[in-house]
Design a protein around this ligand. Structure first.
Ligand code: MN
Length: 742
């Protein structure tokens, strides 16, 4: 392949345009029976049609079309395609018509020229919606005849080689971007790798000159440093294969700047080893020799297992076939190897173009050869066309080779030599965040090229940046203004938000303390255990934050800790009428209750309004009323007894009544504990009518006390209030048990 034209050293406008003889000779070198007359007529036609037109370089325009034809000849394509290369701009840019072309050169050439002309008229980088539509047309055009795309790709390649003559930078960038996003991926898809990589490198150079230069400079330094190693590795590999009786061609190939760049971007590591810049190719005749070569090499040198790939048994979608392996080779150097046949090499470089050959007398695309090599790569474009036809996202297509190119980028190095790419204007703080969020959070200064510099310093290309860390993670005010990368900005905002959170928590705690003081209580965090569940918040911090942000009110919190307490203030159960169970007054009502039969509240569970209740008829004793979950009821569950169960409900009159509930509690054995409990119960609107100590140790009391309450809920609220006390270890509503029954 022709070497990458060094974009900074352009051909001078005076460069001679290759003659028709040159072109004919080039075509005949691979296609001896080529129609020389047709080629010469097409050559004359383009020269005459473009008469008087010049390129940006000042050279005659037709020189471009001749160069495109030569590029197509490099791909060894048929005469009609070469003629199309010569004629591709005549319909668009000269007086010539498609009819003229058809009359002079036949329908085949005319159709190809028409296809290329239409492709050229598409504005591929217009607005997004338009782009999808255009891409559909493009792909449809390609799938009709792949030669149209080959001509277009060579056209684009020559335009890219001469892009530096285009005076306007934004136009150069637009063309380069379109090349990188559309043409290079298309070239790769049909396997025309050598066109693809040159397009990428030229686009890369035009879109990102400093990155391109920094990589080519490093490459050239390494080339000098490593030249002996390359020779040594080549010699050792060749010798080893000769010794094993294998015939092979071994050579080192330097990697392309754009592919190195992509690797640097993707993996974020430096490049310095020979394996980072060279891949060695071993070419053999027979596919089975590929595996023999692999065997010899793996036996002689240690391979890096995760780097081994067999693209012969599983080719890439564009038919690329090869064995890839990396070994720890001669002199302990890491060496990357590509092992393939000469034919695989041709397909790897020229893709679909590798399948043009003589068949039954004519020189043309050989579909069978393409199929033998793994299928017609153009076929593989069809699913893509379907995606686009179904209104799919063109991004999926573009994403393939897209590179986040900043209009203006700066490249800095870590002290270890890793390359960090940042947008122009980036600061050491951006650099720190690009490396690691925590490094950004704790940065307090930077050394740039060994000298202390403030964090606001703008970085320059080639700076070596060392971040100085402090211990604290707190962003000083205005840090957000010091950075320009989204990553750094997002990290700083997040950090600010989390310190905001801490602030709200602090405020929330103060609010809680004040709210409790207003109610004559001292707020303590261990009061919250049950309240957190009632408020449905995760933990105390979340509660404080919600209080601080005003999502939960202080009254709400108080109510959750002391349910019903505020409401009960000033209300006294003793002002109400007490439920007298032994009188059997109709505070409960049920069906089928014989008048005159006494109702008794069972002492095991002391039912009160608000409880779900049942009655059990005990002839001679009347009806015993139990809470539905009372354990004593279990003894009445046999079939015979169930007949005696009576559904009961509270009458509305109970709203004005008072019941007695029993609380079972374990409290610390400390002076004043009983007074405190009486205080809490009284405050919550209860009235203690009886207290009995059941057990007393040095540390604890176990006791029960009967409390006059309005209903079951009131009793539970009093228990909740008791549980907020440090001295109450446990408190619950008493249920059936032998010893506390009196
Ligand atoms: Mn052109």
């Amino acid at each position: 392949m022709s070497a990458l034209a060094t974009p900074s050293a352009p051909n001078s406008p005076a460069d001679a345009i290759p003659s028709a003889d040159d072109l004919v000779a080039r075509v005949k070198s691979y296609h001896p029976k080529a129609d020389e007359d047709l080629l010469r007529r097409a050559y004359d036609f383009t020269r005459d049609a473009h008469e008087g037109q010049t390129r940006h370089s000042g050279a005659p325009y037709y020189g471009h079309t001749v160069e495109v034809a030569l590029l197509l000849a490099d791909l060894r394509l048929d005469v009609a395609t070469i003629c199309t290369g010569l004629l591709h701009d005549t319909v668009e840019d000269t007086d010539a018509t498609l009819n003229d072309i058809e009359r002079e050169f036949g329908a085949d050439v005319a159709q190809l020229v028409d296809g290329v002309t239409k492709l050229g008229q598409m504005n591929l980088r217009s607005k997004r919606t338009k782009q999808a539509e255009n891409l559909q047309k493009l792909v449809v055009a390609i799938t009709r005849d792949v030669r149209v795309l080959l001509v277009k790709l060579c056209d684009r390649l020559h335009n890219m080689r001469t892009l530096h003559f285009v005076p306007k930078q934004d136009k150069r960038e637009r063309i380069a971007r379109e090349t990188l996003e559309i043409y290079a991926p298309l070239a790769r898809r049909i396997g025309v790798n050598r066109v693809c990589v040159e397009l990428e490198d030229l686009a890369f150079f035009n879109l990102n000159p400093p990155a391109y230069q920094s990589i080519t400079k490093r490459l050239s330094d390494l080339r000098h440093l490593r030249s002996n190693e390359v020779a040594e590795v080549s010699a050792s590999l060749s010798q080893e294969l000769v010794d094993s009786g294998l015939e092979a061609r071994v050579f080192g190939r330097e990697k392309r700047p754009y592919s190195i760049w992509r690797k640097l971007e993707k993996k974020g590591v430096g490049f310095e080893d020979i394996a980072d810049i060279y891949a060695f190719r071993v070419l053999v005749e027979d596919p089975t020799d590929c595996y023999r070569v692999l065997g010899v090499i793996h036996q002689r040198w240690r391979c890096v297992p995760e780097r081994f790939r067999d693209y012969i048994s599983v080719p890439k979608p564009n038919n690329y076939r090869s064995l890839h392996t990396t070994i720890i080779g001669p002199s302990n150097l890491r060496v990357e190897l590509q092992i393939r046949t000469e034919e695989m090499e041709r397909i790897a470089e020229d893709g679909v173009a590798a399948h043009w050959r003589y068949k039954s007398g004519s020189y043309a695309f050989d579909a069978k050869s393409a199929a033998d090599a793994g299928g017609d790569p153009v076929e593989r474009l069809r699913p893509l066309m379907e995606i686009l036809n179904q209104g799919g996202d063109p991004d999926e297509f573009l994403e393939h080779a897209k590179l986040e190119m900043f209009a203006n980028e700066v490249y800095a190095f870590t002290p270890k030599g890793d390359l960090i790419a940042l947008p122009g204007g980036a600061t050491p703080l951006d650099f720190a965040y690009a490396l690691h969020t925590e490094l950004g959070h704790t940065a307090i200064g930077a050394k740039i090229n060994g000298r202390d510099r403030p964090l606001r310093t703008r970085l320059s290309n080639g700076d070596v940046v060392q971040i100085i860390k402090g211990g604290e993670r707190h962003p000083p005010a205005g840090w957000e203004d010091l950075v320009i990368t989204g990553r750094a900005r997002a990290a700083i905002r997040k950090l600010i938000r989390s310190s905001e959170t801490e602030e709200f928590e602090r405020i929330g705690k103060v609010i809680a303390e004040h709210a409790f003081l207003r109610e004559g209580k001292v707020f303590r965090e261990n009061m919250l255990e049950d309240a957190l569940k009632r408020l449905d918040v995760e933990d105390a911090d979340a509660l404080y934050q919600a209080l601080g942000r005003g999502q939960i009110g202080s009254g709400e919190l108080f109510e959750a800790v002391f349910p019903g307490m505020k409401e009960m203030r000033g209300k006294r159960p003793q002002d109400r009428e007490r439920i007298e169970d032994e009188q059997g007054r109709l505070y409960v009502h049920g069906r089928g209750l014989t008048p005159g039969i006494g109702l008794h509240f069972a002492s095991c569970c002391s039912p009160m309004p608000g409880d779900r209740i049942v009655g059990v008829l005990d002839p001679g004793k009347g009806v015993q009323v139990h809470v539905i979950d009372c354990e004593v009821l279990a003894t009445h569950e046999d079939e015979e007894s169930l007949e005696n169960w009576i559904d009961l409900k509270w009458t509305p009159e109970t709203d004005n009544a008072v019941s007695v509930g029993r609380i079972h509690a374990t409290v610390r054995n400390e002076p004043g504990v009983l007074a405190e409990m009486a205080g809490i119960v009284g405050e919550a609107g209860g009235n203690i009518s009886d207290v009995k100590t059941l057990e007393r140790t040095t540390d604890f009391f176990t006791m029960y006390f009967d409390v006059e309450v309005f209903d079951a809920k009131h009793l539970l609220n009093i228990i909740a209030a008791l549980k907020t006390s440090d001295r109450v270890v446990a408190a619950e509503r008493a249920r059936a048990s032998g010893e506390d029954e009196d």
